[in-house]
Design a protein around this ligand. Structure first.
Ligand SMILES: [Zn+2]
Length: 86
């Protein structure tokens, strides 16, 4: 069975492969399925990313203060990144 995770933006549960995963690497939010440690997920929608960012949901889920690089928005707006490389 495919595990489900909640989006940090809208809170909806989805199958894990449909979501973007991030983890904190040296205090910076970093995308990657294979990164160790606690992960945080969002739908592949910019709206969910922005909502998670403005509500500080990344910090809450990861239980630490993370920087959210603005370049991460490209994951959502550039179709070539629509499927995660990992
Ligand atoms: Zn969402």
């Amino acid at each position: 069975m495919t595990p489900t995770r909640s989006c940090a933006g809208c809170g909806r549960r989805r199958p894990q492969p449909e979501l973007f995963r991030f983890a904190a690497v040296n205090g910076v939010l970093t995308p990657g399925r294979a990164l160790p440690g606690r992960g945080v997920y969002t739908c592949p929608r910019l709206q969910c990313f922005e909502r998670a960012r403005t509500r500080r949901a990344f910090n809450r889920v990861l239980k630490q203060t993370v920087q959210v690089p603005p370049a991460l928005r490209r994951l959502y707006t550039d179709p070539s990144h629509a499927t995660s490389p990992e």
